[in-house]
Design a protein around this ligand. Structure first.
Ligand code: SAM
Length: 179
């Protein structure tokens, strides 16, 4: 079985959009407890590296880094481990919620923006970026940045995501690698 409920959200999104390619290199930001990494391995990615602040029980077929993805050396470290650029950067990261909706919103969007910056550094041409964002979708600045750097950008609410929750995912495909 899958380790997380979050796993079903990724399965549903990948069934529709097929961004986990056989033989690809995948970075999974906010990997604990490991559900998304399990799926990436199962769907045939050649290299899967998960990063989380929390420890993750070993996921067969994946490597795990315990740490903050925003550490300065992380893009280089990941490229070395992957043996090149990534085909997919996926982020299911969420901050610890404060219960104060506006604060939680700001924090989750800040994580998503930092995940995008990170993805722009390590994606290969035609690569894909997926991140958890908040209702209303990406902030304009982040959306503009994605539209300049990817051929297609869309927002989806997978059925497994609770209706009361204001989470959404942004799926950006066709990284241009031109800027
Ligand atoms: N997709 C995962 C799965 O299927 O098992 C669930 C991910 S969980 C919803 C979000 C994770 O993001 C948490 O484990 C949290 O520790 C991690 N996270 C939050 N901020 C982070 C950061 N700056 N660097 C690395 N991980 C972070």
């Amino acid at each position: 079985g899958w380790r997380s409920r979050a796993a079903f959200k990724l399965l549903e999104m990948d069934d529709r959009f097929h961004f986990i390619k056989p033989g690809s290199r995948v970075v999974d930001l906010g990997a604990a407890p490991g559900g998304w990494a399990q799926i990436a391995v199962k769907r045939g990615a050649a290299k899967v590296i998960g990063v989380d602040l929390l420890p993750v029980d070993p996921v067969p077929g994946a490597d795990i880094i315990e740490g903050d993805f925003m550490e300065a050396d992380m893009p280089e470290r990941l490229q070395n481990m992957l043996g090149g650029r990534a085909d997919l950067v996926m982020s299911d990261m969420a901050p610890n919620t404060t219960g104060h909706a506006a604060t939680d919103h700001i924090r989750i969007m800040a994580l998503a923006e930092n995940a995008l910056d990170f993805a722009l550094k390590i994606l290969a041409k035609d690569g894909a970026f997926i991140a958890k964002v908040f209702q209303g979708g990406s902030e304009k600045e982040m959306l503009d940045l994605m539209k300049r750097n990817f051929a297609v950008v869309k927002h989806v609410k997978p059925p497994a995501s609770r209706k009361e929750s204001s989470e959404l995912y942004v799926i950006a495909t066709g990284f241009r690698d031109e800027l």
